[in-house]
Ligand binder design. Sequence first.
Ligand code: SF4
Ligand code: MG
Length: 339
Amino acid sequence: PAPLLEVDGLVVEFATSDGVVRAVDGLSWHVDAGETLAVVGESGSGKSVSSLAVMGLLQTPPARVVGGAVRFAGTDLLQLPRAEHRAYCGEHVAMVFQDALAALNPVYTVGFQLTEALVARKGTSRREARRRAIELLDLVRVPSARQRVKEFPHQFSGGMRQRVVLAMALAMDPQVLIADEPTTALDVTVQAQIMALLAEIQAERQMALVLITHDLGVVASVADRVTVMYAGRAVEQAPVLETFHQPSHPYTAALLRSVPRLDGELGDDAELDVIPGRPPELVDLPPGCSFHPRCPRALDLCRVDPPPALRLVGPAQRAACHVAEAQLADSAAEHAAVA
Ligand code: SF4
Ligand code: MG
């Protein structure tokens, strides 16, 4: 059967004063009901741009989808007129962003906004919608929901506000939730609470969750599979265990070394191994593998030849890397020699 939501070979370009920039270059991932996919990358890696493309929210121009498909239950949303694409997502795919304040209207109470959304988009009666608004705030564990529906967004703390945004997203009973850096603006304790809440709701509703983040630390406990992006491309895709225990792409390995150990083995003041260099400018991508100037394992080949798109390098692990592929070939040869 077709995956619930599938991005297939997506290419997004931007017109800039320096010429056309490819922000997403052949990205593919998929997610199924009840599953959590983490899309990980630094800022500028294309992870947000690609999810905006999924939702039909890219500003065109300057952005332009020049290739690929975004299929929901087999229907390519990119083939639909923009308004239909958005309406389709309105019904099936919701998205929450980092900036909760921007997602809410400051002049209306939280209850009013939830109620209006339900009336306008689901045709719920006003009376029923008011009841449902309280239920939704309960669902995202806003205490005293009955009182708090009467309050305005600025009366909520950052964490509570993000819960309200989540309630808005869940109002339509989406089958897929895309959460773009949902906790980045919050302090660490609140981050953990929101992530736990997300995971709980996801499991309860058997929703598909796409978690977009620059932080591999938050991924370990919630994701089933991970897609790592660099400079617009997916460089590794694997189940979460493989991602953490045997990363096959040097960039994934470097990202992992820059995450504080959850078990505290490094101690609080241990120096993190920060990836040397900075992410490349998309207008001026290095030739060959875009990661080569920062890669500790780069070969001469890497400076001239871009590695092919994701290929199997393990039972369920894919990477776009010359060295990862060569290693697979080596171990295959070893097995052959032993046999
Ligand atoms: Fe490093 Fe080469 Fe692999 Fe790129 S292709 S990540 S430069 S080893
Ligand atoms: Mg972003």
